[in-house]
Design a protein around this ligand. Structure first.
Ligand SMILES: [Zn+2]
Length: 307
């Protein structure tokens, strides 16, 4: 079996939406690769992320190491604080239609990305439902149907957020970091929505970490793909791989192609897996730390111990 890779492309900001998406569409079209985009369509409150300096271990270090102002742009870093937060979904129709027309999957990446990322674990089911309804309200008029896939901002998920996904009829979620698809278990309850976790580290986590350069990151991804016995999922950000590091990303894709890697959309893999749901194991979710990432993210627990 050739190595298989699903590209999960997260859109967190207005800049990433307007500049990053078109850049990535060109890169993917030139290589005939189909991917899964996940868009935040609510207010771009990126500037408020600065308050994580008070709550997240490693936040400032990561900002300096990755040269965040250069990656994200100064304007984006003040949205929601010194500058008003623009609504990403306003006037988003043309770009969203272009993504869908190119054959890519379009899922949701929350409504207010920063709000979900920083407060999800304290939000009630009703508050989460409201976020989802607002996101669907912006998505549906542009694409003619409700979104079927959801990727949690900042890999933050909870029993309440998964219950909301189940009630919303989502086909699958991609909310966590892990190693293989599963149904999330919360206590005795097993959530009915398939979870397809991100299995590989991200470029923005490892850039500069212990001297990691983009070419070192590419070597790491290729090494993991060659060794893996099951499909892998890589999360990329329109602000990073569709921004200042777009050449490095295109180069990674070329190297993957040279090594026979096949690309797939997460939606297609979800449909394939759900033909035999009894073969999909359950696993718990815990909040854990990852190399190069500030704060904690939702991680897949051990399958062996759980199933
Ligand atoms: Zn995100």
């Amino acid at each position: 079996m050739p190595p298989r890779l699903g590209l999960k492309i997260d859109v967190d900001t207005l800049e990433g939406f307007r500049q990053g998406i078109p850049a990535l569409l060109d890169i993917l079209a030139a290589r005939r690769i189909k991917a899964s985009f996940f868009v935040s369509l609510g207010p771009d409150n990126s500037g408020r992320a600065i308050f994580r300096v008070f709550t997240q271990q490693g936040f400032l270090e990561k900002m300096w190491r990755t040269r965040a102002p250069a990656l994200y742009g100064l304007r984006t870093m003040f949205y929601g604080t010194l500058l008003p937060a623009p609504l990403i979904g306003a006037g988003a129709g043309e770009i969203l239609a272009a993504v869908a027309a190119a054959g890519h999957e379009v899922g949701l990446h929350g409504y207010d990305h920063v709000h979900w990322h920083d407060h999800l674990l304290g939000l009630s089911r009703e508050e989460i439902s409201r976020e989802l309804a607002q996101a669907q309200g912006l998505y549906q008029p542009f694409l003619g149907h409700a979104a079927r896939a959801f990727a949690a901002p900042g890999w933050q998920c909870s029993a309440a957020s998964r219950t909301v996904l189940a009630a919303g009829g989502f086909l699958y979620g991609s909310d966590t970091r892990g190693y293989a698809p599963y149904f999330p278990r919360f206590g005795k309850q097993i959530n009915s929505v398939l979870e397809i976790p991100t299995t590989l580290p991200t470029l923005d986590e490892l850039l500069g970490f212990e001297g990691c350069r983009p070419e070192d990151f590419a070597a790491l991804v290729l090494g993991r793909l060659q060794k893996a016995e099951s499909p892998q999922v890589l999360t990329v950000h329109t602000e990073v791989e569709g921004g200042p590091l777009r050449q490095e990303f295109a180069h990674l894709l070329d190297r993957c192609r040279d090594q026979g890697v096949e690309f797939f959309r997460l939606e297609d893999w979800a449909r394939e897996l759900l033909q035999e749901p009894e073969k999909i194991p359950a696993a718990s979710i815990r909040q854990g730390r990852l190399p190069g990432r500030a704060g904690r993210v939702s991680c897949q627990g051990s399958l062996e111990a759980e199933s």
